[in-house]
Ligand binder design. Structure first.
Ligand code: ADP
Ligand code: MG
Length: 296
């Protein structure tokens, strides 16, 4: 197989039969999260920022859906609303048909920053959570070790966070979130602070975990490769106002592997994302508007 970029790429809309079948099966699954007409304004008057405008999409059981877009397009605002940490100005979020009214154990969160408790061991960090509360101690510890095995950290159960690398800390954070058995895992640029090599290994870990655990994931990133590599679908947001530009069905077959990074379907999807995110954002804006932004 040649590793050069093909001269003419297929369209990202051309889906091989196995992808067509996978997506058809995915759409038949139940909706875990429904995002319905969300808008979010910050400030008022001249200070008003439309962080999100009329965002709607459904997330299906065991789907891996990414949200991508330029800095400031409202990604973190969106995920904070989904987590119940902030409220929309309009619209609503439903989990299994019920409106979200605040944070809840049905939604696990993994952020970019490391959010482990430094004074607790790795195992104690995983044990820390609502679903472990009523469980007898020995059984809970057994379960914590199972989650640590899943993220390949069994040997570090008694270590403290300060003894771990960034990638390892993030794997503990993933284990802790999964240990609470959420309906959906919300991840806001979880690998953003990691070096390229660690990031690649974390992506492989996450793909493996998705194969082994019954989990639905909504994943925020601004890394195009990461979005294509991991996702079933990618929601592309534009900035000011933060709005959906397109929802892309990723035409790359599963199981995913790094060999696919140079495949026609991968590259054509990435090219489409580039068009939507970089080209449109930079050149489609009237010059007067850009000058106004620069000079206030
Ligand atoms: P992203 O995560 O895509 O970089 P954010 O969701 O952090 O974007 O921000 C979207 C927009 O909303 C930005 O213009 C940001 O300045 C604004 N914003 C976010 N949070 C607040 C807030 N608490 N108060 C005022 N403006 C905010
Ligand atoms: Mg953000």
């Amino acid at each position: 197989m040649s590793h050069a970029e093909p001269l003419s790429l297929p369209s990202y809309l051309d889906q091989p039969p196995e992808v067509v079948a996978h997506l058809a099966e995915l759409y038949r699954r139940r909706t875990v999260m429904r995002i319905d007409g969300l808008s979010k304004l910050f400030g008022s008057g001249a200070e008003e920022v439309v962080a999100l405008r009329d965002i709607s999409f459904d997330v299906h059981h065991r789907e891996f859906i990414s949200v991508i877009g330029p800095s400031g397009c409202g990604k973190s605002t969106l995920i904070r609303i989904l987590a119940g940490l902030d409220y929309p100005t309009a619209g609503q979020v439903l989990v299994d048909g019920l409106p979200v009214e605040g944070p809840g154990a049905d939604r696990g969160m993994v952020f970019q920053g490391y959010t482990l408790f430094p004074w607790l061991t790795v195992k104690q960090n995983v044990l820390f959570g609502p679903s472990m509360k009523g469980t007898p101690k020995l059984r809970a510890e057994e379960k914590a070790l199972e989650w640590l095995r899943l993220v390949n950290l069994s040997d570090f159960a008694d270590a403290y966070p300060s003894q771990l690398s960034g990638g390892m800390k993030q794997r503990v954070a993933i284990a802790r979130a999964l240990a609470n058995q959420p309906r959906i895992l919300l991840m806001d640029e979880p690998f953003g602070a990691l070096d390229a090599q660690t990031r690649a290994s974390m992506q492989a870990h996450l793909l493996r975990i998705c194969g082994q655990v019954n989990i639905t994931i909504l994943f925020i990133t601004h890394d195009l490769d990461e979005a294509v590599y991991l996702s079933d679908r990618i929601v592309v947001l534009g900035a000011r106002p933060g709005r959906i530009m397109e929802i892309i069905e990723v035409p790359v077959s599963r199981p995913r592997s790094p060999n696919q990074f140079l495949s026609g379907s991968f590259l054509s999807t990435k090219r489409r994302l580039e068009e939507l995110i970089h080209h449109v954002e930079i050149s489609a804006k009237p010059e007067s508007e850009m000058m106004a932004e620069v000079y206030g």
